[in-house]
Ligand binder design. Structure first.
Ligand SMILES: O=C(CO)[C@@H](O)[C@H](O)[C@H](O)[C@H](O)COP(=O)(O)O
Ligand SMILES: [Zn+2]
Length: 198
């Protein structure tokens, strides 16, 4: 039974619940489109390049780990790289070219047109993520944005924005990890043509 000591959590829990309802009502068709883009990339022998800042950096790593390792099903590892993990690259590029270039430089070095760039940003305005998507667009990679609020600058730069339209950074992040798990669930259940060929 709820007591007064629950009050500090109530507004966060209410916001979380409202955001969850909005994901269920508004984002499901877009989640299916995102799955299609991921499957097409992997079947074309592409890889996922995933990035974000702060909590979203952790989410990028979480997503890559579930693809390279596994989510639930026993399956082959799938190619995904979180661009948030190599401290030598991040410090060298940040130091020599500026923090805004830490992801764009990696995209320029690693991305091929068949790859899929996945960005996570609750504001949609982080300069290093925006720069990375601009570079991905020049290369011809497709991109998915897990975004928040109004989607920010990234809404019009990525091919597919999945925007959680709430102001709270924390709640947007909580919905992003749900979206990641839904994407992993769908990928787990996909029968890849790539595997049938081998
Ligand atoms: O996890 C949190 C807040 O919940 C923070 O670390 C947060 O991710 C950082 O402030 C980020 O720099 C925010 O970037 P973004 O989501 O606006 O792209
Ligand atoms: Zn957080």
């Amino acid at each position: 039974m709820a007591t007064e000591t629950d009050d500090p959590f109530r507004s966060h829990l209410t916001l979380h619940h409202q955001a969850l309802m909005s994901v269920g009502q508004d984002l499901v068709p877009l989640i299916h489109q995102a799955v299609e883009m991921i499957v097409t990339c992997l079947e074309d022998d592409g890889k996922l390049l995933i990035m974000g800042n702060g909590g979203s950096a952790a989410d990028a790593q979480h997503f890559a780990a579930e693809l390279v390792g596994r989510y639930r099903a026993e399956r082959d590892g799938l190619p995904a790289i979180a661009l948030t993990t190599d401290s030598s690259i991040l410090t060298a590029v940040g130091n020599d070219y500026g923090f805004e270039q830490v992801f764009a430089r990696q995209v320029a070095a690693l991305a091929r047109p068949e790859d899929l760039v996945v960005v996570l940003s609750t504001s949609g305005n982080s300069g290093n993520v925006v720069a990375a998507v601009r570079t991905a667009n020049e290369i011809g990679c497709r991109s998915i944005g897990l975004l928040g609020r109004d989607g920010g600058a990234l809404r019009d730069l990525v091919d597919l924005p999945l925007t959680v339209p709430v102001e709270s950074t924390a709640v947007v992040q909580e919905m992003h990890i749900l979206l990641i798990h839904l994407l992993c669930e769908a990928v787990d259940h996909h029968d890849f043509e790539r595997r049938e060929r081998s």
